[in-house]
Design a protein around this ligand. Sequence first.
Ligand code: G6P
Ligand code: MG
Length: 221
Amino acid sequence: MKAVIFDLDGVIADTARFHFIAWQQLAADLGIVIDEAFNEELKGISRSESLERILIHGNQSDRYSEGELAVFANKKNEVYLELISSLSEKDILPGITAFLDELATADIRIALASASRNGPFILDKLGLSDRFETIVDPSGLKAGKPAPDIYLAAAAQLGLNAGDCVGVEDALAGVQAINAANMVSIAVGDAQELAEADHIFSSTALLDLETIQGVWEAAHH
Ligand code: G6P
Ligand code: MG
């Protein structure tokens, strides 16, 4: 195991709730109601595809022009940026800083595979930019999670094989992306929802290198 590739929202930082609030507000403007359960299906999904899913959910797909869709997506992002404008170190999820330290000490490389175009900005706000050797630019990818593209791009940027990498995710689409990339998948969150992962921690606070190395070794022997 040579690298750990991280998702951002819901793994590194507690930003998933801000995505939800911003989408809920945009949906309400369009007369569409979304709840927390529906929001689970948006985790890990790009801005434009999330919008598409919300419109389908509200029976409004095919109603708007490309231009209108772009305006809606921008509007959501403006609300989101406002919500995250005061992000700081204190918004790093529990245990993450210690886990990043543990990886660095063990010479395990660290990359980011977030579908968010705001990823670099958020890492900067959290004071974590220096910890990440490489960040995948999601705008250049053919297919979003659950497709493996973003994890494969992270491995390529590190110059590693997928088999040398482990991915960490809080959403089902993300776990599926890691699995499709043939990497070991580590999930943080609900054991039932994320059952497809190779290993699940109920909280980021419980992430630990020894356990993850054990899971990696079991998968590779
Ligand atoms: C992550 C989040 C999604 C979000 C996506 C795009 O995958 O889990 O909720 O829609 O990033 O984020 P962005 O900041 O580019 O709108
Ligand atoms: Mg996530």
